[in-house]
Design a protein around this ligand. Structure first.
Ligand SMILES: Nc1nc2c(ncn2[C@@H]2O[C@H](COP(=O)(O)OP(=O)(O)OP(=O)(O)O)[C@@H](O)[C@H]2O)c(=O)[nH]1
Ligand SMILES: [Mg+2]
Length: 302
């Protein structure tokens, strides 16, 4: 029996639905999702099986015009994901169509993918009328030589099986890259930090989600089968610390409760989660913060 295996990079503008698609392909929440842009910060792998093929999906940060060091490192990670993959899937939001952002991604695509197959996935088709999709598909295919076009709803699941089947056929023959039952390769302490960051992003407004990072500092196994997890939320300003804690610490309490509940469900065991907010004015320029996020600090150089 010949098996197939390979990497499939999911790229697109922030908010296109890349992480939602990865989670759906894997059948578990491996990558965090919010309604806000720039949620994913690093490359996150999730593994799915289709027949004899092992599909390693690589979720990437959205591609946008970067301003800060962190933004540049994120965008570099996303293009790097596309450059390393066997197949690339470009996600475009059906209701937004060909934005300036999509246009500039398409302009960069040829150089990065160097002839490897790129599929177009028009996502969020649940938000538009079918007749609008045809025109959009036509226009996008005039601009780039996509190997195939799929109309999907990552959230509702439409079209996703067809996409998975097609991708499975495109991967090179070879042995599987992960054990059969493995769905992700992000260390648990990072998954735990991401869950807290998701809950913070959902609750905090404006720029604040982009001005913080979460790290798991310690993970202690307890005799009763539970685990104690200590996390630090780094912010750059005193004022931000106050907002995250909230009146009488209520915001922080709600965030850690939500994160703990999700983590317990994910791990199937009891968790004691403790989050501390620390002010660290220069964290956005510290190499260690980037390696904790899974990013390359030097990628952020201007
Ligand atoms: N209506 C609809 N919403 C969707 C669909 N797929 C994703 N979304 C929503 O779009 C928003 C962004 O989804 P994400 O998966 O976080 O998008 P992303 O591309 O990973 O975003 P970044 O990590 O910021 O680059 C979330 O609110 C999702 O629930 C879809 O098929 N239909
Ligand atoms: Mg994402």
């Amino acid at each position: 029996m010949s098996t197939r295996a390979g990497f499939i990079a999911l790229i697109g503008e922030p908010n296109a639905g890349k992480s939602t698609l990865l989670n759906r392909m894997v059948g578990a929440k491996v990558s965090i999702v919010t309604h806000k842009v720039q949620t994913t910060r690093a490359r996150i792998r999730g593994v799915a099986l289709e027949g004899d093929s092992q599909l390693v999906f690589v979720d990437t940060p959205g591609l946008f015009r970067p301003r800060r060091r962190l933004d540049r490192a994120m965008v570099a990670a996303a293009w790097g994901g596309a450059a390393d993959a066997d197949v690339v899937v470009l996600l475009v939001e059906a209701h937004r169509g060909i934005t300036e952002g999509v246009q500039s991604i398409i302009e960069g695509l040829g150089d990065v993918t160097k002839g490897r197959k790129v599929a177009l996935a028009i996502n969020k088709i649940d938000r538009v009328k079918a007749e609008d999709l045809l025109a959009l598909t036509g226009k996008l295919n005039e601009q780039f030589d996509f190997a195939e076009t799929f109309m999907i709803s990552a959230e509702k699941g439409h079209g996703v099986d067809d996409l998975r089947k097609w991708l499975a056929e495109q991967l090179p023959e070879g042995p599987w890259l992960y054990p059969e039952d493995q769905i992700a390769d992000l260390p648990l302490r990072m998954i735990a930090a991401e869950m807290t960051r998701e809950k913070l992003t959902l609750r905090l407004h404006q720029e604040l989600p982009y001005q913080l990072t979460v790290e798991t500092e310690s993970w202690e196994e307890r005799k009763d089968g539970s685990a104690r997890i200590d996390q630090v939320i780094y912010v750059a300003r005193d004022g931000h610390k106050g907002i995250i804690l909230g009146h009488k610490g209520e915001t922080m309490k709600a965030v850690s409760k939500a994160a703990r509940e999700e983590l317990q469900e994910f791990l199937g065991r009891r968790i004691h989660l403790f989050c501390q907010v620390k002010v660290r004015p220069n964290w956005l320029n510290e190499a260690e913060r980037y390696s904790e996020m899974g990013l390359n600090f030097k990628d952020g150089n201007a």
